[in-house]
Design a protein around this ligand. Structure first.
Ligand code: MIC
Ligand code: SF4
Length: 643
């Protein structure tokens, strides 16, 4: 039987297991990607494991998230990362060079390769036929150390694209349509593969917009085939030799199906404060707007930004709106300059920022009180912009710029004819801010005073009696658990300090109460831990004594991070039992050392309510061992000692 693109990518990298949905498989990883906010831990973990050089074909470390230098801390992190790149043989993209996913796509991505990255939008590279998966930092550290990546074989959802996008409708509207249909948990346990005749009208970068935001569906990753469009893109990047064709066989099948007629789509917008609260722009047109931010890792292509510039050339911006551009890479800025688009943006009054994550992760650009902020970014979780009760909408560059012109949410089709954009066949390529690996030996890691060695994590005892310190609802994001922003991000290399901010947006007393309780439990609802891959959302609660999380359903990356740091993730057997536990109840778990991949069912005794609650776990044998050992680091260390 023929294979789809996902099956071809997995089977060519399969190290162990059977490609049957739900079965554990291990795959060889070719590329690794880290960014600064998650990367410092990755390299501290490698140090803890005693690794010398990366074992991956290509490893890259980017500095893009923590770019504000309000004091010594972020700057020290940048230097630490540069020294770690030199020590471990890793490509280093210097601060200001661009956003990890965007630069990796431009300069390093290769069809047919696998990648893990310590950032949830790593699937961006799926736009050129890579199998690229966002994971916790420790899983990247292991891939750098040459270990295969373990995952449960996902189901493959085939999405057939037919037709051609109308004027003023772009790739962003395709992924917003997917989010409208499937919600933020519709992709859990799935890889989404796009195919069909509609592909011929989507460039590699349009496809990257779709795979990038596939993370918001909760999907393991998203993939497109590698075809002539991919070749054209690689040619434009002066690296056509990296092209390789990768197509689904004509008789390929999929586990699930969907179809989108591109010609029927219209401009869409995700309302506050979730990427799946999608409406048509027409439905909310006329809402006054104060801030418009265009760019980020999802909508920074030359086409996207040149279209915005062309609109700015034709129309004056509303004086009530502040328009800012966050380019995905320095290279895209150079190319915008060569096309005179920068001049058009400047003349219109746009504030053009350095390339980096900036306001997308709350590093500046926070909206004012009650402002409506339109962003072409991937997520709009509550408070992520840095302003409490923010009103962040997500939309295409077309909708964003049309709204900046009119001062109210505007369907861009109201602006008249679609501006023609002539893309250069070859872009100006610039790698001057990438430091290539050398054979450097005995390189010292440069650790500033805020870079603190990882805490020791004790093994799980056979019995646990602990209070439910917090009970939360559905779709809790890792931004709720471990907020980011300019005040907290500089603490990413300092677990004791960052743990003081765990859950503070939900309950400011959480860190203090957790320390007093010494050992504690959290109860969550559906899709617990969606969003960012930050392992701090597991490690910092663990540092505060959280040992178990019981939820209705876990998001993939966070579940893996919990197990990596020795927190037992348990699922209610009957979701209705969520109501049988209240915050403050004392729960008792016994016989924990008998946990195994086969023995999945357990009873949690609610001591306060004198009630037994049936739960289950879905850990693999390897994961059970690391939870019992207290963390994956302990597990690997013990395994190495035994060798
Ligand atoms: C995000 O978009 O949420 C981030 C910031 O890029 C995170 C990583 C982080 O928290 O450092 C992600 O996507 O994984
Ligand atoms: Fe950066 Fe935002 Fe992209 Fe995350 S989603 S990598 S914060 S630009």
């Amino acid at each position: 039987m023929g294979m789809n693109v996902t099956q071809k990518l997995i089977s060519s990298h399969l190290v162990s297991g059977k490609m049957v949905p739900g079965e554990e498989i291990a795959i060889k990883i070719d590329h690794t990607l880290t960014q600064d906010a998650t990367g410092t831990l990755v390299y501290l973990e490698l140090e803890a494991m005693g690794l010398e050089k990366t074992q991956a074909e290509l490893s890259a470390s980017y500095v893009d998230h923590n770019m504000l230098q309000l004091d010594f801390r972020n700057a020290d992190d940048h230097l630490f990362l540069q020294s770690a790149a030199e020590k471990f043989g890793i490509h280093f993209s210097r601060p200001g060079n661009g956003i990890c996913h965007y630069v990796h796509f431009e300069r390093f991505g290769r069809p047919g390769k696998t990648m893990v990255g310590s950032d949830s939008h790593t699937p961006t590279a799926g736009g050129m036929g890579m199998l690229a998966i966002g994971v916790g930092g420790l899983d990247v550290a292991l891939a750098i150390a040459g270990e295969p990546f373990y995952l449960r074989m996902p189901k493959v959802m085939g999405v057939k694209l037919v037709g051609k996008l109308p004027d003023w409708v772009s790739a962003r509207d395709v992924i917003l349509e997917m989010l409208r249909r499937h919600t933020v948990k519709g992709g859990v346990g799935k890889i989404i593969e796009y195919y069909g005749p509609g592909l011929q009208h989507l460039s590699a970068q349009d496809r990257a917009t779709i795979t990038n935001m596939g993370a918001e569906l909760g999907a393991t990753t998203s993939v497109f085939p590698s075809d002539e469009k991919t070749r054209t893109y690689l040619y434009s990047q002066n690296r056509e030799e990296h092209w390789q064709e990768l197509l689904a066989d004509p008789d390929a099948t999929y586990d699930e199906h969907d179809e989108i007629d591109l010609s029927k789509l219209e401009p869409l917008i995700a309302c506050p404060s979730s990427p799946d609260k999608v409406k048509t722009v027409r439905e909310i047109a006329g809402t006054p707007v104060q801030q418009v931010l265009i760019g980020s890792c999802v909508n920074s292509s030359l086409r996207d930004l040149m279209t915005v510039a062309k609109v700015c050339e034709r129309h004056k911006l509303s004086k009530h709106v502040c328009l800012q551009i966050n380019p995905g890479s320095r290279q895209v800025l150079i190319n915008l300059a060569s096309q005179e688009s920068i001049a058009q943006l400047f003349s219109a009054g746009a504030r053009v920022q350095q390339s980096g994550c900036m306001g997308c992760i709350g590093m500046g650009q926070a909206p004012g009180t009650d402002w409506v902020s339109l962003r072409t970014f991937p997520r709009n979780f509550p408070g992520r912009s840095g302003t409490e009760n923010d009103k962040v909408y997500l939309c295409s560059p077309e909708v964003a710029v049309a709204s900046a012109v009119k001062g109210v949410i505007t369907d861009p089709r109201d602006l008249g004819s679609y501006p023609p954009v002539q893309l250069p066949k070859k872009e100006l390529v610039d790698d001057s801010m990438i430091i290539y690996p050398t054979d450097g030996v005995n390189v010292e890691l440069k650790k500033g005073p805020n870079i603190i060695t990882l805490p020791e994590l004790d093994p799980l005892a056979d019995e646990l009696k602990a209070p439910v310190l917090l009970k939360v609802g559905d779709n809790i994001t890792t931004d709720h658990i471990m907020p980011a922003g300019s005040k907290i991000l500089p603490l990413r290399s300092n677990i004791p300090a960052i743990s003081e901010h765990v859950y503070v947006r939900v309950d400011p007393t959480f860190p203090k109460r957790a320390k007093e309780a010494w050992k504690s439990i959290i109860v969550g609802g559906d899709n617990y831990g969606q969003g960012s891959s930050r392992e701090h959302a597991a490690l910092a609660p663990r540092y505060l004594g959280v040992r178990v999380v019981i939820a209705k359903l876990f998001a993939r990356i966070h579940r893996a991070n919990l197990a990596n740091f020795g927190i037992l993730p348990l699922i209610f057997k009957d979701a209705a039992d969520y109501d049988a536990i209240d915050q403050g109840d004392i729960l008792e778990l016994t016989n924990l050392h008998a946990l195994s991949a086969e023995k999945r069912d357990m009873i949690v005794h609610n001591v306060t309510k004198e009630q037994d609650i049936p739960v289950r776990h879905n850990l693999t044998t390897r994961e059970v061992k690391m939870v019992l050992a207290g963390s994956q680091i302990n597990f690997i260390r013990d395994r190495r000692k035994k060798k």
